[in-house]
Design a protein around this ligand. Structure first.
Ligand code: NAP
Length: 310
């Protein structure tokens, strides 16, 4: 693989940034990768494990001279970081991000990007329930989607380079409008996470089932919910606060469907339940056919977890 950028700066050194670093190194996509995290603890961990060629003590120092700056912090922190680094950005550089919500990031970050610097938001649809600098791995983006947000004003050369970087890290790239992105992700990721958080919360609340029973007899369905509900609280708080409308729209529809299924159970309408479950099973099959999950029993997990999600 050929080098795409001379210098890449990663701001925020958690799961997404560390996976980017290892994937960039795997394929030699940049000559130097600098990094910054707000806590000294994370910076020290990064230095200890060799995460980034150079770990800097300020975000400004990390972005100086960088051709690509990637904002890898929670969505709610993007604006403050953009404001902080703006004076140090190199003319002609590209700023991108990996945030799970796009309209908010566009509105919060774009006003701080200086003239002559390109801003192309992005979102890799890949992740795990783990976070922090030690959770990343080079293969995270292999055969996963990365959505890039372009507009009629987007510099085509800057977009092409960013696309090459993501493809070099193993991802398939598609361009999308920010509002459409937020609606799609509300369906595929945000609402399911909220439902998982709720389901685990409900089980925890049930006094008839003791905590130890919930854990001891944890069946596949509940276990999958607990994995999703173990995701980073800061990240997910920010997702819901910043993708309010689309998430509420999908949850409204979810509630209607839930009521219909509740009614089918109460009235003994087995045909309704059977048809519904047949339809959902077909959706699962099409996800496997699209190469976005494995058909192996127990999601191919065996004894080890490490399921991908976004
Ligand atoms: P993570 O592992 O929790 O790492 C977050 C990083 O951001 C840490 O380095 C943290 O610094 C830093 N940070 C947190 N709050 C900050 C603040 N207020 N100001 C400055 N820095 C701050 O998170 P992640 O999973 O890599 O997620 C990063 C971004 O990727 C988020 O926007 C998320 O929406 C998006 N994303 C996540 C996934 C996923 O599944 N995890 C998938 C796709 C996209 P310290 O370590 O010093 O606290």
């Amino acid at each position: 693989m050929t080098q795409v950028y001379d210098r890449v700066a990663l701001i925020g050194l958690g799961l997404i940034a560390s996976s980017m670093f290892w994937a960039i190194k795997r394929s030699g996509l940049a000559q130097e990768v600098t990094g910054f995290a707000r806590s000294q603890e994370t910076r020290e961990t990064a230095r200890r494990i060799g995460l980034c060629d150079r770990v800097c003590d300020s975000a400004r120092e990390a972005v100086e001279g960088a051709d690509l700056v990637v904002l890898c912090v929670p969505v709610g922190a993007m604006e403050a970081v953009a404001k902080d680094i703006a004076p140090a950005l190199k003319p002609g550089a590209t700023v991108t991000d990996v945030g799970s919500v796009k309209r908010h990031v566009v509105d919060a970050v774009a006003p701080h990007i200086p003239e002559g610097v390109h801003f192309i938001p992005g979102h890799p649809l890949a992740g795990t329930e783990h976070s922090g600098p030690e959770s990343g791995f080079a293969e995270l983006y292999d055969n996963r989607w990365c959505l890039l947000i372009g507009s009629e004003n987007t510099d085509t050369a800057a977009m092409a380079k960013l696309r090459s970087l993501w493809e070099g890290m193993g991802a398939n790239v598609e361009e999308m409008d920010p509002d459409h992105h937020d609606l799609v992700l509300a369906v595929t990721s945000h609402a399911p996470h909220l439902i998982a958080y709720t389901m685990v919360g409900v089980a925890d609340d049930l006094r008839r089932v003791t905590d130890s029973e919930v854990i001891k007899y944890s069946a596949a369905g509940f276990r999958d919910f607990t994995r999703i509900a173990a995701s980073d609280p800061t990240m997910w708080r920010d997702v819901f606060l910043t993708n309010k409308e689309a998430t509420l729209e999908i949850l409204g529809r979810f509630t209607e469907e839930l009521f219909a299924l509740q009614r089918a159970i109460r009235t003994g309408d087995g045909d309704h339940l059977f048809d519904y479950f047949t339809h959902t099973r077909a959706i699962r099959r099409s996800i496997i056919e699209a190469g976005q999950d494995t058909d192996a029993p127990n999601f191919g997990r065996g004894q080890v977890t490490g399921q991908k999600k976004d």
